[in-house]
Structure formats: structure tokens, C-alpha cells
Write a protein that binds this ligand. Structure first.
Ligand code: SAM
Ligand code: SF4
Length: 394
């Protein structure tokens, strides 16, 4: 059942794109994948016909539950990636994500039990989800996450990843690997300890670096390290992060700051664009584009003269919604079809009120079919969702 979100109270609508140059969708290096042009050019009669066909196709698909075709939305985008937030709690308070003030966490009974999360995951994997990323909040603060990952593996998730702030990682790595984890993203927003402490409002720099080193010495290598650059805070570290990628032979990903922070401090002037980052890195080290799937969020580059990779994730300046393959389940059991959705789809009520798997799957199909065309950050009437990142799951 769709639940409308309340309107934000603290952020004014943006009337222009400010200093940020917004590019057409999905620019960048060559692509792999079998998707066709029609997914990118959703306009006019052809699209209307295509949507009708997809509608009929979905109807037929619902009648034949034995066929495992991927979920598809009305724009023809196959939905194969699921992000599951297992908690809204976090041991960090990153300035671009959470508030410094104590926040009300959701009460425990609002959060899905592991069994409930597993049931949803099983239904979604049967519906064609292949990639699953476990996130939060901070997923490692919830006890039992390794068992959950093992359960996901047993269900047939072929690509299993986690996003973590790294604080608890070194101690938990063996269990995560044993559970079948395939990939890891570790957040690190500064290479300068003092700056790191200011951004995360913790003293965890050493622990996070230890987590990165530990993960990089396992089969998870090359790991991905995520940094969100905020103008005036850590944008002076572009080159240092690139050097970090080169020195450690890892994938350094720069994620554009999005209007999902609890303090509602986001503004276009604070966004450090992918184009600026690329230009600055290329001024020192030539970059070579790496082919990518259209649905991937990052445009990827390797260094011409050595190890290491760069990933540029540009939801603000180069939106990639046209090839989006992602949906999300929040820790309190809401299905979100876009980070910026104005509607939550309440799966928890279905779970707790006796719905069958098929009824839940039907609700999911209907919600996915109506997935938003795009996030609209660059539209004049854009309002951020009332749920901030920590309550959604990045
Ligand atoms: N706690 C884990 C972590 O930080 O890696 C996982 C959850 S966190 C919400 C997932 C990702 O979202 C992190 O890479 C984080 O940097 C990113 N993130 C959080 N707030 C953001 C924002 N306002 N704009 C862009 N990325 C953001
Ligand atoms: Fe916590 Fe991750 Fe948000 Fe930082 S970005 S406050 S680590 S959830």
C-alpha cells in the first residue's frame, strides 16, 4: 500500500541548477549490456505502445509464477538490484548524512526481524533480483548480519555486497567472507585524521583504515572506497584520494553529495561534480575509461600508468536514472523504488497481517511497475524526500 511521505519542512525548492552543470544522462565510456535505445528515449507514441506491451507482459507474467523473468517497470527497465537496509542505527554521524543532535531511532518493533527480511528477500530473488547489497544505517552494528548474508547466499543471490563505514570491519571480516560476501564498499571521506573526525564526528580513523587494509588483503580485493566530497570540507583531497587508489591498488569512488542529509544543509554550491573531479585527476595522471553496464552507477576509469581505479558517481550532475535497475527495502519494511521516492510501499503490514508470498509479490510487482522515471533533483519544483539517507539505506 503506498504511503505518501510528508513534505520536508526545512529545505526550500531549488529554482535553478545553481553552479552545477547538469549533463544529459549516462555520458561516459563504452557500455556493455543488452539494453536497447528505447530505455533511454522514453517519449512519444513509441513509448506509449511499449508501455502497453509491458503492461500486458506483466499481466501474463503474474499468471505464470513459475517463470523467473526480472521485474520490469513501465519504462522497460529491468529491476535486478536490491538494497536492503538492515538498521537505521549507526555508530557515526557523518555531516552529509546524519544530524549531530540525538535522533529518534525507530523503535525496535518497527524494524523487520531477520526472518521478515529473509522472507522479503526470498520473494524478491524469486522475482528476478540478482544483486543484493546489505546496507543501513551501519549494517555491522546489527548483530546477526553475517547469518543474514549467508541466508541470502543460500537463496541464490549471485552477487552479494555490503556497504559499511568500516569501524567494525576488521573483526568481522572472516565471518562475512565465510557467509559468502562477494564485494564490499567502505566509506572513507578523508585521509586526514582530524578532518575524518570532524566529518564522521568519531575517533575511528585508525579502525576504518585497519578495516580497509584487512579487506584489501582478502579475496574482496580490489575493494571499493566511497568518498562523498562536500565543497569547503574535503574537496581539497581529490588528488590524495587518487594517490590512495594508486598506492593500494583499490577502486576509489567519488559520490556526489545528494540532498538527503538530516540537517538539510545540501545546496548545489556544496556539490563537487564528477566532471571537476575527473579534470583534476587527469591533470596529474591520464585516465582510461573502463566499459561498464548501463545500469551501473559509476563511470569507471583506470590509470594509464599504473594500478588503481576511479569511479565517479554523479547522480546530481549526470543523472543515470534512465538505466536504473535498483529498488530498496528499508529497515522498517518499506519498499522504495527510488532514493527520492515520495511514496513508501508498506510491505511490513502485509508481512504482519497474514499476506501470502504471492500477495506480497503482486504488491511488489505493482509498485515496481510504477517506479519513478527519475529523481528530479534538477527540476525547479524538486523537494527532497522526508526520509534522509540513514533511514533509507544507500
Ligand atoms: N553506514 C554505511 C556507510 O557509510 O558506508 C552504509 C550506509 S550509508 C547511508 C551508504 C552510502 O551513502 C555511503 O557511501 C555514504 O557515504 C553515502 N551517503 C550518505 N549520505 C549521503 C548524501 N547525502 N549524499 C551522497 N551520499 C551519501
Ligand atoms: Fe552512518 Fe553511513 Fe550515514 Fe555515515 S554515511 S552517518 S556511516 S549511515
Amino acid at each position: 500500500m503506498p504511503l505518501p511521505e510528508s513534505q520536508p519542512t526545512r529545505q526550500e525548492a531549488n529554482s535553478a541548477t545553481g553552479g552545477v552543470t547538469v549533463q544529459a544522462e549516462t555520458p561516459g565510456p563504452p557500455v556493455f549490456g543488452k539494453e536497447t535505445q528505447r530505455h533511454r528515449r522514453n517519449s512519444g507514441v513509441a513509448v506509449a505502445r511499449f508501455q502497453t506491451r509491458i503492461g500486458r507482459f506483466n499481466f501474463r507474467r503474474q499468471r505464470d509464477s513459475n517463470r523467473k523473468m526480472p521485474l520490469t517497470d513501465k519504462f522497460g527497465r529491468p529491476i535486478t538490484d536490491l538494497r536492503i537496509s538492515v538498521t537505521d542505527r549507526c555508530n557515526f554521524r557523518c555531516v552529509y548524512c546524519r544530524s549531530a543532535d540525538p535522533e529518534n531511532h525507530m523503535p525496535g518493533h518497527e524494524l523487520l526481524a531477520w526472518e521478515e527480511l529473509e522472507r522479503l528477500a526470498r520473494i524478491l530473488i524469486a522475482e528476478g533480483i540478482r544483486k543484493v547489497r546489505v546496507t543501513g544505517g551501519e549494517p555491522l552494528v546489527r548483530e546477526g548480519v553475517e547469518d543474514f548474508i549467508a541466508a541470502l547466499k543460500n537463496m541464490g543471490a549471485s552477487d552479494l555486497a555490503i556497504t559499511t563505514n568500516g569501524h567494525l570491519l576488521a573483526d568481522r571480516l572472516d565471518k562475512l567472507l565465510a557467509a559468502g560476501l562477494n564485494r564490499i564498499n567502505i566509506s572513507l571521506d578523508s585521509l586526514d585524521q582530524t578532518k575524518f573526525e570532524e566529518i564522521t564526528r568519531t575517533k575511528s580513523f585508525g579502525k576504518v583504515m585497519a578495516g580497509i587494509d584487512a579487506a584489501q588483503s582478502t579475496r574482496l580485493k580490489p575493494i571499493k572506497v566511497n568518498a562523498v566530497l562536500v565543497r569547503g570540507i574535503n574537496d581539497n583531497e581529490v588528488e590524495s584520494f587518487a594517490e590512495f587508489a594508486r598506492d593500494r591498488d583499490l577502486i576509489m569512488r567519488f559520490i556526489e553529495y545528494m540532498p538527503l542529509d538530516a540537517d538539510r544543509h545540501w545546496s548545489r554550491e556544496l556539490v563537487v561534480t564528477a566532471a571537476e573531479i575527473k579534470k583534476r585527476i587527469e591533470a596529474r595522471w591520464p585516465l582510461i575509461p573502463i566499459a561498464h553496464e548501463r545500469s551501473e552507477t559509476a563511470r569507471k576509469y583506470r590509470f594509464a600508468d599504473g594500478p588503481g581505479e576511479i569511479g565517479l558517481v554523479a547522480p546530481v550532475s549526470q543523472p543515470f536514472c534512465g538505466a536504473c535497475s535498483r529498488i530498496r527495502i528499508t529497515a522498517d519494511g518499506k519498499l522504495r523504488t527510488c532514493l527520492f521516492s515520495k511514496e513508501d510501499h508498506d510491505l511490513k503490514s502485509l508481512l504482519r497481517n497474514g499476506a501470502t508470498d504471492e500477495q506480497i509479490a503482486e504488491d511488489i510487482r505493482a509498485a515496481v511497475y510504477e517506479k519513478e522515471k527519475g529523481h528530479r533533483i534538477n527540476e525547479p519544483d524538486f523537494h527532497p524526500p522526508s526520509r534522509t539517507m540513514v533511514f533509507i539505506g544507500g
